[in-house]
Design a protein around this ligand. Structure first.
Ligand SMILES: [Zn+2]
Length: 246
């Protein structure tokens, strides 16, 4: 198990829904922004299915959820947030080449050392279909597509972007964690950030702050940590000195 071995300068989190970041990696993001790391978010949908009220004003819901995400970003120290505004819970049916191209664009624009996204390989845990789609396409974008100049070449020719290879991916919602991040110092901020998503409080079924604390404690305690987040680590960049990856 790797524990806090990554020391990035630039980080990009690509997620399906508002509030995914806070739940899965908010503590690690706050820890890193506090130490000067720049972090950007790409949020694929604006959570337009996130209401049990069958008569809900969907345009209003989208505005509320995007504002909650921006407010939460401020709590976590993140201003660079892009909403792609795809339809919630329908990502299996949208144009994946276009969606992957959006991920490539933001990788080339923000030049991250580390990418956060959903683990698309989950076998033994339930998973939202949007998470599976976003994780797979984000991982594909991060290796090798973003680094191949002839892929989405219009981004390079017309938009002035350059190929970029992120070094590592941290995949969350995983059933096979290999990387632990100590969030003992930032758990309270993670709780605060998730609670910023007030429109989702009924879905959270109350007690979310306590649930987050219990979860972080459960992950951390085998490693002597009072609170932690867990990820599946995937090395994307060239591994030196023996360059065995291809
Ligand atoms: Zn989600």
């Amino acid at each position: 198990m790797l524990i806090d071995t990554l020391k990035p300068h630039h980080v990009l989190a690509i997620v399906a829904h508002p509030d995914d970041i806070e739940y899965y990696c908010g503590g690690t993001i706050k820890k890193w922004t506090q130490s000067g790391v720049t972090v950007a978010f790409v949020v694929v949908t604006s959570g337009d299915k996130g209401s049990q009220d069958i008569h809900a004003d969907i345009d209003h819901l989208i505005r509320v959820r995007e504002q909650e995400q921006r407010d939460s970003g401020r709590v976590l120290g993140v201003e660079d947030i892009t909403f792609l505004r795809y339809p919630d819970s329908e990502l299996s049916f949208v144009d994946h080449k276009v969606l992957r191209g959006a991920f490539v664009r933001h990788i080339r624009r923000t030049k991250p050392d580390v990418i956060f996204t959903h683990d698309p390989f989950v076998r033994f845990k339930r998973q939202h279909a949007d998470h599976r789609v976003v994780g797979r396409l984000a991982l594909d974008a991060a290796f090798p597509i973003a680094t191949v100049a002839q892929c989405y070449r219009e981004q390079i020719v017309d938009e002035g972007l350059s190929p970029w290879q992120p070094g590592d991916a941290l995949l969350f919602g995983t059933d096979a964690p290999t990387y632990i991040s100590d969030i003992s110092a930032t758990l309270a901020v993670k709780q605060q950030a998730l609670l910023t998503h007030q429109s989702q409080q009924s879905a959270f079924d109350g007690g979310m702050a306590e649930r987050l604390r219990w979860r972080a404690q459960t992950i951390g305690s085998p490693h002597g940590l009072s609170a932690a987040e867990e990820f599946l680590h995937v090395q994307l960049g060239v591994s030196l000195p023996n360059k065995e990856q291809s």
